[in-house]
Design a protein around this ligand. Structure first.
Ligand SMILES: [Cu+2]
Length: 498
């Protein structure tokens, strides 16, 4: 097996940071000054880095992360997309599975990787601190196994983000009582940098060096607080090979769509004439103009060699901000590998049918609005089909819904109202993708299935933080099974107190 430079670096880091018997990371959450768009502010970071450090593991590893809170506010860290079997204690959502880590305190989190392979990410799960407290997690194939595609020559995380000149705590505290959407962000970012199209940013635009003839694995993460993105690289096609740490049947596109919470792995072949090319991400939203930041963040793919690059670099085509068809068409193309080495395990006999409407408005009668969240209790090993139906009271929206503790099969995504007589016959029972976040289109629906074989309390929420804060969230409480191996692990001794 050919071992790429990237994997060698990854393994080097593994040994450097944590040998097999001592897989430890140290995350110091602290504020440090960062300057973007000619404006300096203190941001909350892990180890002073923005985006935060990348975690490298192999499939099936267990690691420990010592999280020290050296900031001034409560914080928690979530390992997005890691199933954490029987171990909700380290999952992270504040006041759901743990009390937050208070300033000056420390919590050792145990991260149990099992079936995940590909790219995930970690982020803060307390108020909106994840705006700057996030990073990628790279999960390599186990030693002796390989990718289901030709080994890439190198790899790189591409983290899409959102930047406010305003302090994030202030942003949240202004947003909360207003009942309105938050102040419009000042930039989108690629790996923490707004790029050439923003003021005072050119010097630090993120640059990525490639060598003609080589293939690169881009591990794309959308860490935005409130917007989905289109992403493209000028003159290059991207081969999509995975999403949410699960492989996909490869397909080629020039533009990808990615919602907050999702990760998408793509192969980039450096097969164009040596030059500089823009990679760019723009917003996809259902909001009216003026209510979102409509500029484009860029980074530059630079071929190595002796040549004079053209200026400006070629710019990729990106769809209009409200082009739902372009957006939805992409995510609906996901198909699991469903082969011998990567079998699927879709529950076929469903004993728990759930129908959840998702909406941001309610009709109130006589000033009474029936709001509130009901937890759903599931027996161990129940087979669940969950139908999300977007509704459009006054105005609809799309919603990237994320489930903790499980990956689920996306059986079908549709527009309009779900038809219980007709639509189930269109489910993909052959090769549905395995995801942890599903993008439910505006006024559309998504049907997912999973087996409740992970006891614990598991949060489920919209990954637009605005919607989550407004209450678009709930929990599943999955009961213990009968045998000791199907019961919750004991809580760690240092669970933070409230
Ligand atoms: Cu939402």
């Amino acid at each position: 097996m050919k071992v790429s430079t990237s994997r060698l670096i990854g393994f080097f880091l593994l040994f450097f940071y944590h040998c097999e018997a001592c897989a430890y990371y140290k995350f110091v959450v602290k504020e440090v000054p960062y300057t973007r768009l000619c404006s300096t502010k203190n941001i909350l970071t892990v180890n002073g880095q923005f985006p935060g450090p990348t975690i490298y593991v192999q499939k099936g590893d267990t690691i420990f992360v010592d999280v020290y809170n050296r900031g001034s506010y409560n914080v928690t860290i979530h390992w997005h997309g890691v199933r954490q079997p029987r171990n909700p204690w380290s999952d992270g959502p504040e006041y759901i599975t743990q009390c937050p880590i208070q300033p000056g305190e420390k919590f050792r989190q145990k991260i149990i990787f099992t079936t995940e392979e590909g790219t995930l990410w970690w982020h803060a799960h307390s108020e909106w601190s994840r705006a700057t407290v996030h990073g990628a997690m790279v999960i390599y194939p186990k030693m002796g196994t390989s990718y289901p595609f030709p080994e890439p020559d190198a790899e790189i995380p591409i983290i899409l983000g959102q930047w406010w000149k305003e302090d994030i705590v202030m942003l949240y505290e202004t947003f909360l009582p207003s009942g309105n959407i938050e102040n419009v962000s000042n930039a989108y970012t690629i790996n923490g940098q707004p790029g050439d199209l923003y003021a005072c940013s050119k010097q630090e635009t993120f640059r990525f060096n490639v060598e003609r003839g080589l293939t690169y694995l881009l591990r794309i993460v959308n860490s935005c607080i409130s917007d989905s993105n289109f992403f493209s690289i000028a003159n290059h096609n991207l081969t999509v090979v995975g999403s949410d740490a699960s492989y996909l049947k490869p397909f080629e596109r020039s533009i990808i769509s990615i919602a907050p919470g999702q990760t998408i792995d793509v192969l980039l072949e450096a097969n164009q004439s040596p030059n500089h090319y823009y990679m760019a991400a723009s917003v996809y939203t259902v909001l009216f103009k003026g209510l979102f930041n409509n500029t484009t963040t860029t980074a530059i793919v630079e071929y190595s060699g002796n040549y004079t690059p053209s200026w400006p670099p070629a710019f990729p085509f990106l769809p209009l901000y409200n082009d739902s068809q372009a957006y939805d068409n992409f995510t609906e193309s996901f198909r699991s590998l469903a082969d011998k080495e990567h079998p699927i395990d879709v529950p076929m006999e469903i004993n728990t049918h759930l129908f959840y409407t998702i909406s941001m408005n309610s009709l109130c009668k006589d000033n009474f609005c029936p709001v509130g969240t009901k937890a759903m209790i599931l027996d161990y090993n129940s087979t669940v089909e969950l139908l999300f139906q977007g509704t459009s009271l006054f105005r609809g929206s799309d919603h990237p819904i994320h489930l903790h503790g499980f990956s689920f099969y996306v059986m079908r995504i549709g527009l309009g109202n779900f038809d219980k007589d007709k639509d189930p016959s269109t489910y993909n029972l052959v090769d549905p993708p395995l995801q942890n976040t599903v993008h439910v289109p505006k006024n559309g629906w998504a049907a997912i299935r999973f087996r409740a074989d992970n006891p614990g309390v598991w949060f489920m929420h919209c990954h637009f933080d605005r919607h989550m804060t407004w209450g678009m969230n709930t929990v599943f409480i999955v009961k213990n099974g009968k045998s000791p191996e199907t019961k919750l692990l004991p809580p760690p001794p240092d669970m933070p107190p409230c």
